[in-house]
Ligand binder design. Structure first.
Ligand SMILES: [Zn+2]
Length: 486
């Protein structure tokens, strides 16, 4: 029997079975049709690259709270999602963008050091553009049976949608049913990158992929579509670099492995592509195409890009204050203090401590807080201590450009004054494959991890002066260890 001929090209199912997002396609359309958009995007990328590489995107220290308006555009009862469903989405965002989501612990061990707190929170707006009180939710009844990302028709009352609130003050989120792209494929959502027209700025999400209750439907019922789309709104690209399934695309993030194409569903670790073994694709990242339950982390590099967006193209939106709630870094830093550092150092194998030094340079000892790596430094061979940096500082260029680090560890300058005199943030792994067999390597990695934890706290503005001093000590020890490894 010949296959039944379809007389209507439009699919009847309005919910995709796997993740699909039209952000890249929308970007291509804006590049083609909006005068000046290409130049604006280039400027934003150049600025972002500079900020991430050299200056550090930390004009906003602490956490940034972004006011959100959710425009509920509905034809059916199901599409008219409840206030509770809207709030459930805000709750997800406040976990995901602070790395407070419980499932972040599912990140495979080799990638756990990449999990980062984006220091961004979201709240439904309490004041509308006219200055009147609001619950941050608008409701618009429509006769439209579908909306299309190419037409951006959900974003205008004149086409059956809802007009945005001023995009320089609010994050506009539209929810609706039966969302389509240019090929009439069912979509989960799409966003507009920074630098586009204000009239269409924001993100659109299918109602059944929004929040965790009400009409939210598996496998897109954990609110991650909105997390993904807001990642785009803050200038994140798809993790595979939007080059189809090739290996040449770039997401402009240094700490995400190069990947071929999107991953779907719930992949098994590792999935190796583009020579990125042994750990493979970072498919558990919010910017891949996996199901909601399979994505649970942003990386430090992605956070740097998002913070650069907040300092640049998104600089007018939101308010920034010290992070009040505990984030991921706090979880790490809390058990760290003195005792752990000390115990950790005490337990080092004896063979690592061959020639105890008699005394330390005064520069180092002078302000060393009690129970810091002082003991460790004492036990190091003399030649280690010799070159300890003056004034507690060290030059990150030594790390980035030194022969031990052909690729360089992640070194990000932070805003002066943040943690007292502490000048730099170090992150990532201490050393690549080159140091494989060195018995000192685990120690270097552990000190590096401690250092990173303190650095994260400093970026949140939660590091006390005493901890800042400890951070400097750790920095010095780390520098010495790295030198010894070489
Ligand atoms: Zn996307």
């Amino acid at each position: 029997m010949p296959p039944r001929k379809r007389t209507e090209s439009a699919p009847t199912d309005d919910v995709p079975t796997r993740r699909i997002c039209a952000t890249d396609e929308v970007n291509e359309r804006l590049l083609r049709t909006v005068p000046g958009y290409a130049d604006t995007r280039s400027e934003i990328e150049n600025r972002t690259g500079r900020m991430v590489a050299f200056e550090g995107a930390v004009l906003r220290t602490g956490c940034t709270s972004i006011p959100v308006v959710v425009h509920v555009v509905h034809r059916t009862t199901a599409e008219n999602i409840s206030d509770a469903q809207v709030q459930s989405q805000i709750d997800v965002l406040n976990e995901d963008f602070r790395a407070r989501n419980a499932d972040r612990t599912n990140t495979p061990a080799p990638f756990q050091g990449l999990v980062a707190d984006a220091r961004i929170t979201f709240r439904l707006a309490t004041t509308d553009p006219d200055g009147n009180p609001t619950n941050g939710i608008t409701r618009t009844s429509t006769s439209r049976t579908s909306f299309n990302s190419e037409a951006d028709d959900v974003k205008s009352a004149s086409t059956g949608g809802a007009d945005p609130w001023p995009a320089d003050q609010y994050l506009n989120i539209w929810t609706c049913g039966n969302l389509r792209n240019s090929r009439n494929e069912a979509l989960l959502g799409y966003a507009q990158f920074p630098g586009g027209p204000a009239a269409t700025d924001g993100v659109v999400v299918l109602h059944s992929a929004f929040g965790t209750t009400g009409s939210a439907t598996a496998p897109f019922d954990r609110g991650r579509t909105t997390t993904h789309e807001i990642g785009h709104w803050l200038n994140l690209r798809h993790i595979w670099g939007d080059d189809g399934t090739g290996c040449s695309g770039d997401d402009f993030v240094a700490d995400t492995p190069n990947a071929a194409g999107p991953n779907f569903g719930a992949p098994t670790f590792p999935n190796i592509t583009c020579g990125n073994g042994p750990h493979g694709d970072l498919f558990m990242n919010y910017m891949d195409y996996v199901d909601d339950a399979a994505m649970f982390m942003f990386t430090h590099g992605q956070v740097a890009r998002m913070q650069a967006a907040l300092d640049g193209a998104r600089s007018t939106i939101g308010t920034t204050a010290p992070c009040r709630d505990k984030g991921f870094a706090d979880d790490i830093v809390k058990p760290l203090p003195t005792e752990n550092v000390k115990d950790f150092i005490k337990e080092r194998p004896k063979e690592l401590v061959k020639e105890p030094v008699k005394e330390l340079p005064k520069d180092v000892v002078k302000d060393t807080p009690k129970d810091t790596p002082k003991e460790f430094v004492k036990e190091r061979p003399k030649e280690l201590v010799k070159e300890l940096p003056k004034d507690g500082g060290f030059d990150p260029k030594d790390f980035v450009e030194g022969p031990d680090f052909p690729q360089g560890p992640v070194v990000q300058p932070v805003q002066p004054g943040l943690g007292g005199q502490v000048p730099f943030v170090l992150g990532g792994q201490a050393r690549g494959a080159a140091g494989g067999g060195d018995p000192l390597l685990p120690l270097v990695q552990q000190v590096g991890a401690l250092l990173w934890a303190y650095s994260s706290a400093a970026q949140q503005g939660t590091l006390s002066p005493r901890d800042s001093a400890r951070w400097q000590q750790l920095s010095a020890v780390y520098a010495q260890l790295v030198a010894l490894l070489g």
